[in-house]
Ligand binder design. Structure first.
Ligand SMILES: Nc1ncnc2c1ncn2[C@@H]1O[C@H](COP(=O)(O)OP(=O)(O)O)[C@@H](O)[C@H]1O
Ligand SMILES: [Mg+2]
Length: 462
């Protein structure tokens, strides 16, 4: 069997619930009406009978018979009065109930004892249900006569007529309403689901451009919102991936084309072997750096990459890195002004923080012209150790500052390529600082210089 669609399931539910409800309402109201109605009829019959009974005992036969006739003719109630001792004593039926044993033997016994009877039963002579009251009339403890009052119950069906019509109109109205509400409801549920299915299929096929139209605030809308978010995230990831691949291939293509050009030049004898060797060395170094940085970045971007945190004396680390750069600094005749607070101990991975310092210092050197000053400061502020590296170099244009942490971003591509930059340094720095729950901030003025401020949480000695 084909599984039911959601639309059909909803309709099946609506239909079965409403059919059940309608049946229940009709049955209950009919039942209530009938019981209440019969109760009321019996009560009326009893009252009428009691009035007649009273009249009988007044010993005014003329008046009594007038009342009998009047009751018989003026209402739905039929009255039988009999004084026939034969009828009363024997098992013979009452006149109009010929062939009908309307009163059973035990009921007759009750009458003889002076008990009033009330009952509802089927009367074959009249071919209908009747509701009846039988009142015994006794004088000196002897049954003298019987008043038999009854009313046909077909009247119930008639009495039920107005509410039946009312119910019918109600049912039609309810069905109409249910169809309306059901259609609206299924549309509200099914249509968005179908759209989501379509978009999900597109996503599966790699098309992340589709977005869902969101209406309302319910669970379906929230699901649609999630799908939209997922889609735009995937879109971004996809775009980043393409951009990254494009960048990587571009970065690799340049050194490769250099190598190709130089080897062709060598073959044709235009380029001396010395020059060729230099270029091969430079370009392979460059590719090596690039691949190394890329691998490093890929590792750092993985969530599970661990930092071996330990207490790190920032001043020591700065001194060590400076020592390594001594020659380079001297080559460029750069002056360093160092102000290091020895007591600053941060919670960090020594090797990684070394890498941060190295990257920032090499940038400061690279983008400074000769005879300028580089100021390095280590201090404590609130719960963090602060490292500031300030240069008097070329600076970064204000509009470029937001992008310098992006992979491969370089303000002047050609110029930084010559100096060996991959454009990955600051991305790596940012990743490392993020992994230390630290912060990095860059302030720069074009032509004036740059200051980079790094904050790393202090080591907690407790
Ligand atoms: N101290 C600085 N002074 C001027 N520009 C800087 C400085 N530091 C970084 N930049 C700019 O930010 C870019 C990105 O830096 P980075 O990621 O370290 O790449 P790379 O050093 O390989 O060029 C650099 O290319 C440069 O344009
Ligand atoms: Mg750099």
């Amino acid at each position: 069997m084909k599984p039911l669609s959601i639309r059909n399931k909803i309709w099946l539910t609506i239909t079965s619930v409403s059919v059940l409800t309608i049946i229940l309402v009709v049955v209950v109201s009919y039942y209530l009406y009938q019981t209440l109605y019969i109760e009321k009829q019996t009560e009326t019959l009893l009252k009428q009978g009691q009035a007649l009974e009273q009249s009988y005992y007044e010993n005014n036969p003329e008046n009594f018979s007038k009342r009998l006739d009047w009751l018989d003719n003026s209402s739905d109630t039929s009255v039988i009065f009999t004084e026939d001792p034969m009828l009363l004593a024997s098992g013979a039926p009452f006149d109009s109930f010929a062939e009908e044993n309307l009163i059973t033997f035990s009921e007759r016994q009750d009458l003889l004892k002076g008990k009033t009877l009330t009952f509802t039963k089927y009367h074959t002579g009249l071919d209908q249900e009747i509701s009846a009251v039988v009142i015994p009339l006794s004088v000196e403890n002897r049954l003298k006569a019987v008043i038999f009052l009854y009313i046909p119950l077909t009247a119930i069906a008639e009495a039920f007529e107005p509410i039946r019509n009312f119910l019918l109109v109600g049912v039609v109205l309810v069905i109409f309403l249910l169809i309306l509400v059901g259609t609206k409801m299924t549309n509200r549920i099914v249509q968005p689901i179908k759209q989501m299915e379509k978009v999900a299929k597109d996503i599966a096929q790699g098309d992340f451009s589709k977005r869902l139209l969101i209406k309302g605030e319910d669970e379906i809308a929230s699901l649609a919102r999630s799908i939209n978010t997922m889609s735009s995230n995937l879109d971004e990831v996809d775009r980043n991936r393409r951009e990254f691949l494009g960048n990587v291939s571009h970065e690799l293509r340049t050194p490769i084309s250099y190598l190709k050009g130089y080897s062709e030049g060598l073959e044709e004898g235009i380029i001396p072997i010395q020059k060729f060797a230099e270029t091969v060395k430079k370009e392979t170094d460059r590719m090596d750096r690039l691949v190394h940085d890329l691998l490093d970045l890929a590792q750092l971007e993985g969530d599970s990459y661990p930092m071996n945190k330990e207490p790190v004396i920032l001043a020591e680390l700065v001194k060590e890195v400076l020592e390594r750069f001594r020659l380079t600094l001297d080559d460029k005749s750069l002056v360093t002004e160092v102000q290091l607070d020895d007591v600053v101990v941060v919670n960090g991975d020594y090797g990684r923080l070394d890498q941060v310092m190295e990257n920032l210092l090499s940038n400061a050197i690279k983008f400074s012209s000769a005879n300028r000053k580089i100021r390095i400061l280590v201090k404590e502020r609130k719960e963090t150790g602060v490292l500031e590296i300030e240069d008097e170099g070329i600076g970064i244009p204000e509009e470029d500052i937001p992008y310098i942490f992006e992979r491969f971003y370089r303000v002047e591509k050609a110029r930084t390529r010559k100096s060996g930059g991959t454009g990955l340094g600051l991305s790596i720095v940012q990743q490392i600082i993020n992994k230390h729950e630290g912060r990095i901030h860059v302030d720069s003025k074009r032509g004036k210089g740059t200051v980079v401020i790094v904050e790393i949480p202090l080591f907690d000695f407790q």
